[in-house]
Design a protein around this ligand. Structure first.
Ligand SMILES: [Zn+2]
Ligand SMILES: [Zn+2]
Length: 280
């Protein structure tokens, strides 16, 4: 059975994130391990790590994934890229300190120097970060993107190319965001959409590479390349894709994380809908 849950805040301490997730009946949660809009963060103390792990063990939450800072862009150039490399190593170490096994990362944007150069920078940045944390087991999950501006990773073929360039390092995987896939042009509304996509994933990556899903409906049209998340069922996707995903037992213990707006039906409404679609 896949694990359903939410992205939750760590405001007030890491253990607070567990409390927030529990309040909504989450089986999995996603967190930032630091302020996602700042480069620097105070180090995690051993007692903070222990408190987090204790709260997790005593909760009904079975898995935690982390989302890396939005500032990180390994595909860029110069000082920003150097800072991004350092920040990624820091993110991996912070995950390890909190016992978090998976870190979701945006592939980044080439910022006008072209896709080829951007991908080359990204590949070398990932190689460096994986090498510098070779003693750790934290897996990096590259997220599928909507393709806004010069963002890389809107096509699964591109992500495959990145993994290929890193010899399918076993610490690399994918995070699939349904809003991003749809905005990037993937058809998710037809009866056979779910089967078609999972066949593609199985053939080109192997399902064990998919470490996380982000469940979001899309305000924007298919192929619009616009990243605008919406409540499940209130956007252009409809519910059949989510329903098929939730009842597929091949996603055993894989987190399905909501990143839907906080307004309107909110987290409680979207969680209730997921439970209804799953049947419990
Ligand atoms: Zn993301
Ligand atoms: Zn996402």
């Amino acid at each position: 059975m896949p694990l359903i849950g939410l992205h939750v805040s760590i405001a007030g301490g890491f253990a607070k994130a567990i409390e927030r997730g529990e309040a909504y009946g989450c089986e999995a949660i996603q967190v930032f391990t630091k302020n996602q809009l700042q480069w620097k963060a105070p180090p995690i103390t051993p007692s903070q790590g222990i408190a987090f792990l204790r709260a997790l063990r005593e909760s009904g939450i079975r898995k935690v994934v982390s989302h890396a800072s939005y500032l990180i862009n390994l595909a860029g150039e110069g000082v920003q890229r150097d800072k991004s490399g350092e920040a990624l190593v820091d993110e991996i170490e912070r995950c390890d300190q909190l016992g978090i096994g998976e870190l979701v990362l945006h592939p980044g944007a080439h910022l006008g120097q072209g896709q080829r150069k951007g991908l080359e920078n990204l590949r070398e940045g990932l190689r460096d970060a994986l090498g510098r944390t070779a003693n750790l087991r934290v897996r990096i999950l590259l997220e599928t993107m909507a393709g806004q501006g010069t963002a890389l990773g809107a096509r699964l073929e591109t992500l495959r190319e990145i993994l290929d360039g890193l010899d399918w390092n076993d610490r690399l995987g994918l995070c699939l965001d349904t809003c991003h896939l749809f905005a990037a042009g993937y058809e998710l509304r037809e009866e056979c959409s779910y089967e078609r996509l999972t066949e593609n994933l199985e053939k080109n990556f192997g399902l064990q590479r998919i470490g996380c899903w982000h469940l979001n409906d899309s305000k924007s049209a298919r192929g619009s390349f616009r990243d605008r998340h919406q409540h499940l069922g209130d956007g252009q996707l409809g519910l059949s894709f989510f329903s098929a995903l939730l009842s597929d037992n091949r996603w055993e213990e894989v987190p399905l994380i909501l990143e839907t707006p906080k307004s309107g039906t909110g987290d409680a409404g979207n969680m209730a809908l997921l439970r209804k679609l799953r049947g419990h």
